[in-house]
Design a protein around this ligand. Sequence first.
Ligand code: B1M
Length: 212
Amino acid sequence: MATLQEISEAVIAGDLPKTVELTNTLLTEGLRPGVIITQGLIPAMNVVGEKFTNREYYVPDMLISARAMQGALKILKPLLLESEQQQLATCVIGTVKGDLHDIGKNLVSMMLEGAGFSVVDLGGDVDIHRFVEAIKDNQAQIVGLSALLTTTMTVMKDVIAALEEAGIRDKVKVIIGGAPVTKKYAEEIGADGYAEDAPTGVKVAKSLLGLN
Ligand code: B1M
């Protein structure tokens, strides 16, 4: 018998083998992948962030915890995607230039795929012009921008300016998210939508396309 508390502790401790083992055990015990993510893994990363702020943890500790979390997500991703049935629309997604944080973006990406979107995930530290090219190449209707640093969230505004410059701003809906980002900031920079978490990201994407 495994618990969500135990998997949180394993991620906080950066114990990859234990995290993987507990993920498998929790699944065998009937827990849904979404519950493991939202009630086990995400709270663990919040604790890691607090420890970093308190100087109990340093960058290598954050990296080790992130690796443990990614290990669990690798197992959970195909299970979340099992519900995929239709292709609703194409979404290009990435973490903006200068920002390496990709766990939250990966979750949004996974949930969009799970909801039936075709997702072109450009990864982290994505150059502004790569967003523009990928939107054009894939005729994407949505672009999702993620930023976890107060220093990189400003790049989102530059991406929107690049879309305008390329003459495609009216062809694509821009959704932004990430810990320092707010609804107010989304309005300020002229994004079409803001999502505080991955499930909301799906809701906002659907609603912007008139799909719900
Ligand atoms: Co970094 N880091 N980090 N870090 N890191 C934070 C973000 C920080 C808040 C920690 C802290 O101080 N408490 C802080 C930022 C402070 C600030 O700017 N205000 C910070 C810092 C300072 C740094 C460095 C500068 C540290 C240094 O080098 N001195 C450095 C920067 C590197 C860079 O990017 N250039 C750095 C590096 C790293 C690691 C590489 C070690 C690692 C990232 C590994 C990886 O992602 N592959 C890391 C980690 C793990 C974190 C914390 C601990 C956890 C982030 C995370 O994965 N959270 C983080 C503290 C924290 O956030 N509590 C921290 C879990 C994830 C599921 O949540 O990403 O918020 P989140 O995503 C959510 C929502 O925000 C939303 O949905 C997701 C799921 O619900 N969402 C979207 C996200 N993107 C979205 C897009 C959408 C919609 C919703 O639409 C498209």
